[in-house]
Design a binder for this molecule. Structure first.
Ligand SMILES: *Cc1c(COP(=O)(O)O)cnc(C)c1O
Length: 389
């Protein structure tokens, strides 16, 4: 294949891996929707050398491989693997790298199902863990044990928007021969490159920004070729590769990722800044705001910002919050994020300090016009506060 060097991800994500012409001169690559690849000669099957390079789609598939090439390129990694979900990628990356007697350092604020794997499931196999907040490097140093094998990161975390200093954690981990994994779903390769900062493996829920259209469930892990090969054996065994059609939709999503992220960033900051001025709201947790306690770190290790953030209300009646959420017309109520559509979700939380109940609302800012979204939030706040019917 012709090796092309692209100066930017904008150009590269469109064309990388597709330099050779597709069948019929088609602009878009075909979906190789097949479970099986057969061999011209029995001898080639005996030798395991199919001239086309493929054997069975649980192990590898050309459409999935194209998505993987683009994702490895985007993350600045040697190789990548696609999975049938983000959790498939996370579980395989963790499980293929630990054994009985090992210890994992993870975050209190990790994506809940990932935390469930580490906290509730792995202890059955004598794999222990320490959970930390992770905003200071000293916490990682204190959590180290002689048997620490893995550090599992997510920055910024998708609920509380806490950051970890990737370069500092990577240096600490390397000194102790500990594997580092970072969930990069929030920032995407457009805004953050954990591998360039020394992290070993990067995972994504490609269901979110990478797919970008709320029409697939997919995951990815990227890293050095030898590490990825080990995870590929695990993927074949556990049977969690991505389906070719979903891989094809993921390729389509990746082409517009840079353009979409630019708009998500702009919309997200505009809405977050507007909300920060509202009297009902105590705090806006968005690392792009100067009020965020880790804003300096955010500026140092990211090139831009995703549009998922949370707001904390001043003490407020439950009924008012319900009215607020139900009055929103452009924000749908739902748990995922990263698609074209704006979303809202909320939880009441007891503050450990004063025992007060506070409402915590997570907003995902989609690709709508930001002024439209702000008008919608304004009318919903006015309705919630009983200033408008
Ligand atoms: C959604 C999500 C995941 C899990 O991805 P799935 O595709 O739903 O399995 C992992 N990490 C983060 C930060 C997520 O938001």
């Amino acid at each position: 294949m012709k090796v092309m060097i692209y100066d930017t991800l904008e150009t590269g994500l469109l064309h990388f891996g597709e330099e050779e012409e597709h069948p019929f001169g088609a602009v878009v690559p075909p979906i190789v929707q097949t479970s099986l690849f057969t061999y011209p000669h029995f001898e080639q099957r005996l030798q395991g050398t199919n001239p086309h390079g493929y054997d069975y789609s649980r192990v590898s598939n050309p459409t999935v491989a194209l998505a993987e090439q683009k994702l490895a390129y985007a993350e600045g990694a040697e190789a990548a693997l696609c999975f049938s979900s983000g959790m498939g990628a996370i579980s395989a990356s963790i499980l293929s790298n630990v054994q009985a007697g090992d210890h994992i350092i993870a975050l209190e604020t990790n994506y809940p199902p990932a935390l469930q794997l580490i906290r509730d499931y792995l202890p059955r196999f004598q794999i222990s863990h320490t959970l930390i907040k992770g905003t200071a490097i000293e916490e990682f140093e204190r959590a180290l044990q002689p048997n620490t094998r893995l550090i599992y990161l997510e920055t910024p975390s998708s609920m509380f928007l806490h950051l970890q200093d990737l370069e500092a954690v990577a240096q600490l981990a390397k000194r102790h021969s500990i594997l580092t994994i970072c969930d990069n779903s929030w920032a995407t390769p457009i805004f953050q490159s954990p591998i360039a900062l020394g992290i070993d493996l990067v995972t994504h829920s490609a269901t979110k920004y990478l797919g970008g259209h709320s029409d697939i469930v997919a995951g990815v892990v990227a890293g050095a070729a030898d590490r990825i090969q080990k995870i590929q054996s695990f993927r074949s065994m556990i049977g969690s590769i991505l389906d070719p059609f979903a891989a094809w939709l993921l390729i389509r999503g990746l082409r517009t990722l840079p353009v979409r992220m630019e708009r998500h960033q702009r919309n997200g900051l505009q809405v977050a800044q507007w909300l920060a001025e509202r009297p009902e709201i105590e705090r806006v947790n968005h690392p792009g705001l100067t009020s965020h306690p880790q804003h300096a770190l955010a500026q140092r290790q990211m090139r831009g910002y995703g549009s998922l953030f949370s707001i904390e209300f001043h003490p407020i009646e439950d009924e008012s919050i319900k009215r607020f959420v139900d009055s929103l017309r452009l924000f749908r109520i739902g748990c995922s994020w990263g698609g074209f559509e704006s979303l809202v979700l909320g939880w009441p939380m007891e503050e450990p300090q004063d025992g007060k109940r506070r409402w915590f609302v997570r907003l995902f800012i989609g690709l709508e016009n930001a002024d439209d979204l702000i008008h919608d939030l304004e009318q919903a706040l006015e309705t919630a506060m009983g200033r408008k019917e």
